[in-house]
Unconditional design. Structure first.
Length: 268
């Protein structure tokens, strides 16, 4: 393999995403020459819908805007709605990032009306406030149990009414946590990829007092929110992309290795 073409050649990269997303990220790592080691730290667990949630979903067409912040939300929303629902012409749909937008197109057969380039709740709030300045302002926000409150809070502060529907929780994956603990203790990975604050917390808890293992390998995190959670545990991210996607994270890791900016072990 040409190192310039496959900059991650031989590097063992710990992929910590939930099982639903891990395969895609593992393929990205392999496409750069790396060896993916998949240990999901969290599991996406659908939650029973409360009666108020069922009512909100049944009246979805009465909302002015639907806020979608992840592919998991899109998938579980599609499963919760009758198959004949196409979400057209209302409500308008706003997505975080192109991957969520792509998932929405595949699930519902039409593109979203607005896509935030910055893949954070802050980014989606800014895009909505900049792109929708007139008309009624009533939004539905399907979400994870532990989703950050920044998106609904910022819209409400601007005069929006935001109703929320909790679709799932991201719970610790005990097998994945045991896997991560084992490979880190054995020195069997060279880099760790982290995709959410919850994943950081799950990994630290999985190590049960052996957090020092995380100081032996570079930590690559998807964005500033995840980076802040690392810093709360006294850890410093070695890689963080400008755009907060799995593709950009793996590409940023590859660039850092190729440019000699990342301390990694000798290639095998």
């Amino acid at each position: 393999m040409d190192p310039s073409t496959f900059p991650l050649r031989g590097l063992r990269v710990l992929v910590t995403r939930p099982q639903e997303d891990a395969h895609e990220t593992a393929e990205l790592v392999a496409s750069h020459g790396g060896v993916p080691v998949v240990c999901p730290l969290l599991a996406v667990v659908p939650l029973p819908l409360a009666p108020s949630d069922v009512s909100r979903l049944r009246s979805l067409a009465s909302y002015d805007l639907l806020l979608l912040t992840s592919r998991n939300v899109v998938r579980l929303l599609r499963e919760a709605l009758p198959p004949e629902v196409v979400l057209e012409p209302s409500p308008r749909v706003a997505c975080v990032g192109p991957r969520t937008a792509e998932a929405f197109l595949q699930a519902f057969g039409r593109p979203p009306d607005l896509v935030a380039e910055e893949e954070t709740g802050e980014g989606l709030a800014r895009a909505v406030l900049a792109g929708i300045s007139e008309g009624a302002r009533r939004a539905l926000f399907p979400r994870a149990q532990k989703a950050r409150e920044v998106l609904p809070e910022r819209l409400r502060a601007a005069g929006w009414t935001v109703d929320e529907v909790v679709l799932y929780d991201a719970l610790p994956d005990t097998k994945g946590q045991a896997c991560a603990r084992k490979v880190l203790a054995e020195g069997a990975v060279d880099v760790v990829l982290l995709f959410s604050p919850s994943a950081v917390t799950a990994l630290v808890h999985a190590l049960e007092g052996e957090e020092g293992l995380l100081r032996r390998v570079p930590l690559a995190c998807i964005g500033p929110v995840t980076a802040r959670r690392l810093e709360e545990f006294g850890l410093t991210p070695a890689v963080q992309p400008e755009h907060y996607t799995a593709e950009e994270l793996v590409a940023a890791l590859a660039r850092a290795v190729a440019e000699g900016k990342l301390p990694v072990r000798e290639r095998r």
